[in-house]
Design a protein around this ligand. Structure first.
Ligand code: FE2
Length: 173
C-alpha cells in the first residue's frame, strides 16, 4: 500500500524556552527551517548521486567539485536543524522526513555525461536558491534577524554554487 505524504512542512510543537521571540513567530520560523532542512538534505543527496555517477572526460574535476558542494550542504543541514532546536522547536531531519517534505524534483537517473549532470544540478540549485531567498524575507518579517542571517548565508552560497555550475555551461551556449 502506498501512502501519500504531504509536501507541506510538518507543524512542529515548541518546547518551553526563555528565548525572547514569541511562540507564534517561532512556530512559523521552525516550519521555515524544517522545510529548508528537507530541501537541503534532498539536494545534498542529489549532489552525491552526481558525484558517484558522473562520466566523461571531465570526470575527475566534476567528481571533486560535486563532493565539495555536497560537504557544504551537509554543514547547512546541521545549521538549519540546530537553529530549529535553538528556537525550541523539533528538527525534522531523517532521510524519510526530508524525502516527504522536500519541494525539489527528483534527480534524473538516465544521465551520465558531465554536462548533463551539471545542468541537472543547476536546475535543482536554482529552484533551491529561490526558496531560500524567500525565506530571508519571511524570517525578517517574523522578527528573527538571526534566522534571516542564516538563510542569507545559505542563499549567498547557493548563488555562488549556481555560478560554479553554470560557468561550465555558459561558454558552450
Ligand atoms: Fe566520494
Amino acid at each position: 500500500m502506498t501512502k501519500t505524504l504531504s509536501k507541506k512542512p510538518v507543524k512542529s510543537g515548541l518546547h518551553q524556552s526563555r528565548i525572547d521571540l514569541s511562540a507564534k513567530s517561532r512556530s512559523q520560523l521552525v516550519d521555515l527551517l524544517n522545510g529548508s532542512l528537507a530541501d537541503t538534505f534532498d539536494l545534498y543527496s542529489q549532489v552525491k548521486q552526481a558525484h558517484w555517477n558522473v562520466k566523461g572526460h571531465q570526470f575527475y574535476q566534476l567528481h571533486l567539485l560535486f563532493d565539495e558542494i555536497a560537504s557544504e550542504l551537509l554543514e547547512q543541514v546541521d545549521e538549519l536543524a540546530e537553529r530549529a532546536t535553538a528556537l525550541a522547536g523539533t528538527a525534522l531531519g531523517t532521510v524519510r522526513m526530508a524525502a516527504a517534505a522536500s519541494r525539489l524534483n527528483e534527480y534524473p537517473v538516465d544521465i551520465l555525461e558531465g554536462m548533463d549532470h551539471v545542468a541537472a544540478l543547476a536546475e535543482a540549485f536554482a529552484h533551491y536558491a529561490q526558496i531560500v531567498r524567500e525565506n530571508i524575507e519571511k524570517s525578517d518579517e517574523l522578527g528573527d534577524a538571526d534566522t534571516a542571517d542564516l538563510f542569507t548565508a545559505i542563499s549567498r552560497n547557493a548563488d555562488k554554487r549556481l555560478w560554479f555550475l553554470e560557468a561550465h555551461l555558459q561558454a558552450e551556449s
